[in-house]
Ligand binder design. Structure first.
Ligand SMILES: [Zn+2]
Ligand SMILES: [Zn+2]
Length: 684
């Protein structure tokens, strides 16, 4: 029986309804809200665990799922715990849609590991408003259109090492993690697509999930997919339309055959017949969600694979240290692709010692000469500058004043073309200043550091005829412009590309032979235990863009510290000593992947409130087996006018740490908010 209608907020069980109660059963429902508990409701029909239902919560309709049958362990939705059943609110509507047991297990373990409330996670797995869900159910016939069938008949051509890798991977039927460890340009995609094809043909399960970093979800990667299977896969990312999202979600839930390529949020699709999961570019830091509930999508994909008992493939040319350590300890398998596909050779690396340059310039002599050669041969070049804008710091040369954001503890970045100073955290802008606000000197502003616009200025002066294109999140905020830029590069309408790290990922530019890294010493992130690892991965990925086809590639690394282990490892094309060095360092300092970290960030408008709450938490820390570091102001101590303090907990891996701090890690001051970040990446 269903009770729906405009007045559903006031539905109560009195009078004639009392009769039905004799035939009713109590069910535990997990509502899709911030709640972390199930609530008891009265069902007047047979319901199943995992079934999607509509209930009233604080007199408002709310979607939820049946978590368990019976009254045990939950609290009453209509009254206090243990209330007589006639006080319980009824289930308002039930839908013929079910989350699988595995989906529920995934939800529970995910929430437990990341210290999420289960209801919050359900909202991510059931991402619809009540109205849109009801509408979707009514239009189900139209929405549940199946994915166009893939054509697996044409085998993908593989070389010997690729074929060997694919054979090893196809042999897996059950859960296990395998890393495809292949140099850039070795054809990792062909290997996993060939495994995907074979797996979907032989398995009774017909769903597969391929995770990619959001930025890599481009037309180019889809065309590649289409080339092999004659059909476009479904794409799930932030720009997917609501109608398309409904279609994909319904297909995933109903177990319909489908291949979904998605950014990290695709992990929350309620697949019910998953056959395998692939995580490409597994080292990519964008798999770590840093806002609104933090989690590591690669790690959670592995959790999902374990619960579904299906194989998980990770692919990377520069695997993360976590993964490398898991391969070393035989927790993960590994297949190697040691050579580039076809005849392409790895690029030659040249270290340019900037201390030996006669006149300091942004472009060293060797790099300028290489650019000139590339232009003569009508080949493309890429200059890597990992800083947007013109210069990251503005300084008054009379009094030393530095221009800061009034709302955040960061310097303002000069954007010369736009004519302003900008905060990259909150978007604050001010026109380029004429006068120093501290000493009132005029025209005393000096800029420090190198941004992309500044390099562009130098390149245009040196090579006035070169056609340049800048690529960063600033210049390319729309997909259309991004696709246009990619087309221009592929049609050779660009001579010199300037780009931030968005260019490092998975792109294949056949005519690109020269890469210049302007500041190889610059860390990808300054206050992060993974800073060296990330810089190494980033530089190797950027270098990997050069010479991907027949023409040989040359990479120039401009540095003031050519002897650093990181650059030595890059140049000798031997990453193992560098990884060993980093792993030994992490082990010595008891850091991940050997130990586990959990960060607590407290923030609020009044610094004293935040400080007091941080101290209170530190004094009441409940775990004798773990170490608490802090409280201390977070490296980004002020952001958008809120003050931020950090506590860091270090302990042994395993969920005991999370279970131990779950009840404790809460703010008692409503003016101070608290964010828990399990396995933090961003230490700001
Ligand atoms: Zn001044
Ligand atoms: Zn700001």
């Amino acid at each position: 029986m269903c009770i729906v209608g405009k007045g559903l907020g006031r539905v109560t069980l009195r009078g004639p309804f009392l009769f039905f109660i004799l035939f009713c059963v109590i069910v535990q429902v997990l509502p899709s809200t911030l709640l972390d508990k199930t609530l008891s409701y009265m069902a007047q029909e047979e319901l199943h665990v995992g079934q999607i239902v509509l209930v009233a919560l604080r007199n408002r309709p709310c979607l939820g799922i049946v978590w368990a049958l019976g009254s045990e362990g939950g609290k009453a939705g209509g009254g206090a715990a243990g209330a007589p059943s006639f006080k319980l609110k009824p289930i308002l509507q039930s839908f013929p849609f079910y989350f699988s047991t595995q989906n529920l297990q995934f939800l529970e373990h995910f929430a437990q590991y990341n210290l999420f409330s289960k209801g919050f996670l359900l909202k991510m797995m059931l991402p619809f408003s009540v109205e849109s869900f009801q509408k979707m159910i009514q239009e189900k016939e139209a929405a549940a259109a199946p994915q166009e069938a893939f054509d697996f008949s044409a085998p993908i051509a593989l070389n010997t090492s690729q074929a060997q890798a694919a054979r090893q991977l196809v042999a897996q039927n059950h859960f296990g993690v395998t890393l495809i460890d292949g140099v850039t340009g070795s054809g990792k995609t062909e290997v996993y697509l060939s495994v995907l094809s074979e797996t979907l043909q032989k398995s009774s399960r017909k769903q597969a999930l391929l995770l990619l970093p959001e930025i890599a979800l481009t037309k180019a990667s889809l065309l590649r997919f289409q080339k092999y299977f004659q059909t476009k896969p479904w794409i799930w990312h932030s720009n997917t339309t609501p109608a398309q999202k409904q279609k994909i979600w319904l297909a995933a839930l109903s177990g319909a055959p489908c291949v979904v390529i998605g950014a990290r949020s695709a992990l929350f699709l309620p697949f019910s017949h998953l056959a395998m999961i692939i995580v490409d570019e597994e080292h990519d830091p964008s798999y770590k969600q840093n806002e609104q509930g933090t989690y590591q999508a690669r790690d959670m994909a592995i959790l999902r694979g374990k619960i579904e008992d299906v194989p998980v493939i990770l692919a990377s040319a520069t695997p993360s240290l976590e993964t490398v350590q898991n391969v070393k300890t035989h927790k993960y398998d590994c297949v190697l692709l040691p050579t580039r596909f076809s005849e392409a050779q790895l690029p030659h690396l040249h270290v340019v010692d900037m201390r030996l340059e006669q006149d300091f310039a942004l472009l060293s002599q060797p790099l300028a000469q290489a650019l000139s050669r590339a232009l003569q041969r009508q080949e493309q070049a890429l200059l890597f500058v990992n800083q947007r804008g013109y210069a990251p710091v503005s300084l008054c040369r009379k009094c030393g004043f530095k221009w800061q954001c009034p709302s955040c503890a960061v310097y303002l970045i000069e954007h010369k073309a736009a004519g302003h100073l900008l905060c990259h955290h909150c978007g604050y802008v001010q026109p380029l200043p004429f006068r120093c606000p501290q000493c009132e000197s005029e025209k005393s502003r000096l800029v420090l550091g190198v941004g992309m616009e500044r390099v562009l200025e130098t390149v245009q002066k040196t090579f006035p005829k070169a056609r340049c294109l800048c690529l960063s999140s600033d210049t390319l905020s729309s997909k259309k412009r991004w696709d246009q830029a990619m087309e221009d590069i592929h049609n050779n309408n660009v001579d010199i590309l300037l780009g931030t790290q968005i260019l490092a990922k998975g792109h294949h530019f056949p005519n690109l032979t020269t890469v210049g890294i302007i500041e190889a010493d610059r860390n990808a992130s300054g206050c992060d235990l993974r800073a060296n690892e990330r810089t190494f991965q980033l530089l190797q990925q950027v270098a990997g863009r050069a010479g991907r086809e027949q023409k040989p590639g040359h990479v120039f690394l401009q540095t003031f510290a050519p002897e650093s282990p990181l650059l030595q490892a890059l140049c000798q094309n031997d990453r193992d000593p560098f990884y060993d060095y980093e792993l030994a360092d992490r082990q010595q300092h008891a850091m991940p992947p050997f130990k586990m970290l959990i960060a607590l960030i407290l923030s609020g408008r009044k610094e004293t409130d935040v400080q007091r709450e941080a101290r209170r938490l530190a004094q009441t820390f409940p775990l004798a087996t773990a170490t608490l570091l802090g409280p201390a102001p977070a490296p980004l101590s002020k952001l958008r006018d809120t003050y931020r303090y950090r506590l860091l907990i270090k302990g042994d891996k395993g969920t005991a740490l999370q279970n131990g701090i779950k009840a404790w890690a809460k703010s008692e001051n409503p003016a101070v908010s608290l964010v828990v970040d399990v396995d933090p990446y961003d230490f700001l």
